[in-house]
Design a binder for this molecule. Structure first.
Ligand SMILES: Cc1ncc(C[n+]2csc(CCOP(=O)(O)OP(=O)(O)O)c2C)c(N)n1
Ligand SMILES: [Mg+2]
Length: 317
């Protein structure tokens, strides 16, 4: 893919994440669907998009509770994602979960246990190493998750065993309502990489090109036997922790500043400055994405729910 095509693909995928998630959030707030309120990646789209576009077919992605962005970024079908979120039969998990998983695209995930996917990703990286493949695994986790014991255990083993694992800490400034300044007493989470003996970098998580470069470098190293990396992508949660969160714990000015610095607006402006896109071109791209998401919602609404007789199938305990 040319550099221009890659950048346009990044912008399109960021728009796709934003509109798919907005539609999901609306469906929840309008009481069309129930369950746990959606955890949206609004403002964080550049992290998943930049990272997933650095992968090849056959690589693995382990997602968090904020998992829709990597699913879209990895090219999963929006109709089937939406069907899963509406708990409908054509969904990726036959409408019985909303933890969208697609082994064909290496999207393994997502789970409600904070940091729970990190050791599983380490296990996949170990399996690939033992099998002698050159497949890499990336796992996303949050700033809050970075303090869980399993993250440290995984990083240490991945270092000792030179595992093809890229650990991406998506630092969005908050663990629910707790600001990162009250979670962590160091300037950067990536500083911990020195203690594990692996490379650690901090990257602007609102710039998909910067994320893509950092992850591509880590992927090259992992694929060629050079072992694990820790990447901290600094980003901002534009919305609440979950879709229904009014964020009363957060200063208004901070939320307004986050909205003003929207990474989609910023990247669109940059591509226009670089002469890769016109304002009309951006509007047309967004309109096309909106149509695709409207079609995905219509697809999900008309799809059947899973048969009650299958409620106890596909369970693992
Ligand atoms: C092991 C565990 N502890 C606590 C929770 C409750 N919980 C759900 S999301 C969340 C915040 C996680 O923060 P972070 O890792 O920064 O991710 P973010 O939500 O910001 O993407 C917490 C504490 C949980 N689901 N699992
Ligand atoms: Mg966080």
């Amino acid at each position: 893919m040319s550099d221009t095509d890659l950048k346009l693909d990044m912008l399109r995928k960021m728009l796709m994440v934003r509109h798919l998630e907005n539609a999901w959030g609306d469906a929840y707030l309008n009481e069309e669907i129930g369950g746990i309120p959606p955890a949206l990646s609004t403002g964080q789209e550049a992290v998943s998009v930049g990272a997933c576009l650095a992968l090849e077919d056959g690589d693995y992605v382990f997602t968090t509770h904020r998992g829709q962005a990597p699913q879209v970024a990895r090219g999963l079908d929006p109709n089937r994602i939406m069907a899963e979120l509406y708990c409908r039969l054509p969904g990726y998990n036959k409408g019985k979960s909303y933890h969208v998983t697609d082994f064909d695209r290496g999207v393994v995930g997502m789970g409600g246990i904070v940091a729970g996917q990190v050791p599983v990703a380490g296990g996949m990286a170990l399996a690939q190493k033992l099998k002698g493949t050159d497949r890499v695994s990336i796992c996303f986790f949050g700033d809050g998750a970075s303090n869980e014991g399993v993250v440290h255990e995984t990083a240490n083993l991945a270092s000792i065993w030179d595992l093809p694992l890229i650990m991406i800490c998506e630092n969005n400034g908050y663990c629910i309502s707790l600001p990162v300044s009250r979670e962590i007493n160091t300037a950067h989470i990536a500083d911990r990489a020195a203690a594990y003996g692996i490379p650690g970098v901090v990257v602007d998580g609102n710039d998909p090109v910067a994320v893509h470069q950092a992850v591509s470098e880590a992927v090259r190293r992992a694929r060629s036997g050079g072992g694990a990396s820790l990447i901290e992508a600094e980003t901002t949660r534009m919305g609440g922790h979950l879709a229904h969160d009014p964020q009363r714990y957060r200063p208004r000015e901070e939320i307004e500043a986050a909205r003003a610095a929207c990474p989609i607006k910023r990247f669109s402006a940059r591509l226009q400055e670089e002469g890769l896109l016109t304002a009309d071109g951006f509007s047309a791209m967004e309109a096309e994405v909106v149509r695709e998401i409207e079609a995905a919602v219509a697809f999900a609404r008309q799809a059947p729910t899973p048969p009650a007789a299958e409620a106890f199938e596909d369970l693992w305990a």
